[in-house]
Design a protein around this ligand. Structure first.
Ligand code: ADP
Length: 502
């Protein structure tokens, strides 16, 4: 009887490892930050060896910390799972395992001009129809093309089949398996802008457009299956490698959003929303992304609509650091509770423009509706309203695009700890908001995927039973009050739009 799943959570600023027990409870974790490299304005890189070293060391730290000896690891740990920062792009030599360049991080803007060219040529429509993605420098495709074009000798080596491309999951699987595995899972593949999410294969037309040889690409696998095992020397004994998903998809699985219409929202710096749309990939009419949510072994692909809001918790940071009306992020709740509502004050935190569904790069932050009676408490309240209303805007278009009504919203992320914000969210949506007992949803989701593959958990029904809610927020606002609030919000958003464009 093994006791744990070891979940590796490779994020943008740190690597973490968490041991989950059979009840899905996090038992022990370790975390290590690593260096961010900014070689030019707008460029972001990671050292691939930093990613590997911190990930391996945190895994070792939890194993040792739990008192598991190297002779017992295979008895104690049923499988290793991986969830990762998505889209970040690496290329290494197959022969030596040496990276040919740093990892180009999802945030890196170096290929923005290439994306402009793609749009000018009109190829973005094909990319959207095949990959479900908007043409943007975030995704791996243009990063791969950049590496082949700019690293001396890379293209010739790639054409000779000597190089391997991978997202972070692929890199970790390669290192953990001692170079035996060159694979990715469907969720990570769906973020490369090279993968046809409807056909479930790398897309030859896109590969030809970017001049990327197929031999560079990893084999694409389900998110839950036994891929192979770790080489013995890393942890003392081989451990099965069994579940992989990109971070947002893993969080959706960790929230057990298993049926169509179930959605999760992660409230961090920004908000990340995913809605399960079942076995149908739904193209968006409103600039959302269509993506693969996961695939269980021998099961069909499950799709999701994805939307993000650029500024969510960051608006609270602004109250703290910019406006200095609170000393800490949690204090926003105390302050906002001093008033019953924002009394007509609206804050639109469009500090960096507006994303889905408004898509206005020239929108800027706006505070409207103030009177002599307005206090900082109203501004705090208006900020929480804005975080909830922005998410409602995205969920509304998800429902419209998919034709599936939202049944409940499951929440996680730092700002989900705010009870008032969660109540406002339930109020403006008119559906319950459910906050889980285990908020490590990303790591838990990939652990679930691995655990299913090795029989640590028998089926998804067991997961749904085991997953528990810490608190449900039921909608309490009257329809009339909600309509008022939403109508005012829409007017405020109109005021914010186009501001920086004169
Ligand atoms: P990230 O992973 O993006 O760094 P986290 O999930 O750690 O984000 O959440 C941090 C964000 O949540 C910050 O922007 C912070 O302002 C916000 N935040 C944290 N606690 C609260 C709270 N109690 N109420 C509102 N916002 C909060």
């Amino acid at each position: 009887m093994t006791n744990y799943i070891l979940s590796l959570d490779q994020g943008t600023t740190s690597s973490r490892a968490i041991l989950f027990d059979a009840a899905g409870k996090p038992i022990r974790s370790a975390q290590e930050e690593f260096t961010q490299h900014f070689p030019k304005p707008g460029w972001v890189e990671h050292d691939p060896m930093d990613i590997w070293r911190t990930q391996r060391d945190t895994a070792r730290a939890v194993i040792e910390g739990q008192g598991i000896s190297t002779a017992e690891v295979a008895n104690e740990i049923a499988a290793i799972s991986i969830t990762n920062q998505r889209e970040t792009t690496l290329i290494w030599e197959r022969g030596t395992g040496e990276p040919i360049y740093n990892a180009i991080v999802w945030q890196c803007r170096r290929t923005a001009p290439m994306c402009d060219q793609i749009r000018a040529a009109g190829f973005d429509a094909a990319i959207r129809a095949k990959t479900g993605l908007v043409t943007d420098a975030y995704f791996s495709g243009t990063k791969v093309a950049w590496l082949l074009d700019h690293v001396p000798g890379a293209r010739a080596s790639a054409e000779a089949g000597e190089l391997a491309f991978g997202t972070v999951d692929t890199w970790l699987l390669w290192k953990l398996s001692g170079g035996a595995l060159h694979i990715t899972d469907v969720t990570n593949a769906s973020r490369t802008m090279l993968y046809n999410i409807y056909e479930g294969d790398w897309d030859d037309e896109i590969l030809a457009y970017f001049n990327i040889p197929r031999s560079l690409l990893p084999e694409v696998k389900p998110s839950s299956m036994v891929y192979g095992e770790t080489v013995a020397h890393i942890f003392g004994e081989p451990i099965p490698l069994a579940g992989v998903a990109g971070d947002q998809q893993a969080a959706t699985f960790g929230q057990v959003c298993l049926s169509p219409g179930m959605a999760k929202n992660t409230y961090g710096t920004g908000s990340f929303l995913l809605m399960n749309t079942g076995t149908a990939g739904v193209p968006s009419e409103n600039g959302l992304l269509t993506t693969i949510a996961w695939q269980l072994e021998n099961q069909p692909l499950i799709y999701a609509l994805e939307g993000s809001v650029f500024v969510a918790g960051a608006a609270v940071q602004w109250l703290r650091d910019g406006l200095q009306i609170i000393d800490s992020a949690p204090e926003v709740e105390t302050l906002a509770r001093r008033v019953d509502d924002a009394e007509g004050v609206y804050m639109v935190p469009a500090f960096v423009g507006l994303g889905a569904p408004h898509w206005d790069a020239y929108a800027r932050g706006t505070l409207v509706g103030m009177t002599r009676g307005t206090t900082r408490a109203h501004i705090a309240r208006a900020t929480l309203n804005a975080i909830a209303l922005q998410s409602k805007d995205v969920l509304d278009v998800m429902a419209r695009d998919s034709g599936i009504a939202l049944s409940a919203l499951r929440v996680d992320g730092g700002a989900a700890a705010n009870d008032l914000l969660m109540q406002i969210q339930a109020d403006v949506l008119g559906v319950p908001v459910q906050r889980p007992a285990v908020t490590e949803t990303t790591a838990l989701g990939s652990a679930y995927l691995a655990g299913l593959a090795v029989g640590f958990w028998p089926d998804t029904a067991t997961l749904a039973e085991q997953w528990s809610i810490e608190r449900t927020f039921e909608p309490q606002m009257s329809d009339a009050a909600r309509d008022d609030l939403v109508a005012g919000w829409q007017r405020a958003v109109e005021r914010a739009k186009g501001w920086a464009n004169g």
